[in-house]
Design a protein around this ligand. Sequence first.
Ligand SMILES: [Zn+2]
Length: 272
Amino acid sequence: MQIANCYQILQATQHALPADARSARAAEAQAVSPPFTSQQGEISEEMSTVSEKQGCLSILLPFLRPKGKSVAEVLPYRLRDDFLSPAEFSFYKVLSSRLGARFVVQSKVRLADIFFVSRPNENVSYFNKIAQRHLDFLVCDATTMKPLLGIELDDTSHQRDSRRERDKFVERVFQAAQLPLLRFPVQREYNPREIDEQIAPLLKDKVVSSGVSQTASALTPSNNAVPLCPKCGIPMVVRTVKQGEHQGKQFYGCPNYPRCREVKPIPFQKAG
Ligand SMILES: [Zn+2]
């Protein structure tokens, strides 16, 4: 009976409106009430009752749309005017002006986009701890986008106990992953020299060329045992170079690739 009721209403609506206006009118009928003029008063009244009670209109609507046309759903998203707070923006401008073209600054970066969790199946809770947290600024190598330095701006909220606990945890995350983290107090204006003094030692010699990282090449693998990834602490796997000059050559790679790109040579490997 409900379906039959809907069908009658929709037939009546179709009859009353030109084809192009049908879907748009129907959408209005759902969004605004009461939607129709006195001529269609009966229909509108019945329609709103039906849609409120059963919502069957929304079920049948897709079948009544002209082909290739869809009802534009009005989404509630609006552009924020405060993507960066005045203090953040002020800091950002000074920081990027000091870094030059070798580095880029990213703002509001999710920790889970900077770090990954070793042995993810065992460590779901550790992933959850970083899934919703953001870092204020991340300095990356402009050529490789490798993260080099994290920066947090501390406002007065950082003095609250809950916030302090969060800050401590974030510091431990950075330590574990061996990424330096700097904190600057929130200020209306920033002294470029003060920023320089703090970031320069941490970014010195930090621009790396792509390819094998220092840690991987510096550590010599033990004779026959499968080596552990120096970053993740898990056994590496044998991989084969798929293309290019070294095609066919084998090496140890991390199972967490591409999140971890640590590699090690396989000792005493025959050529070819
Ligand atoms: Zn690894």
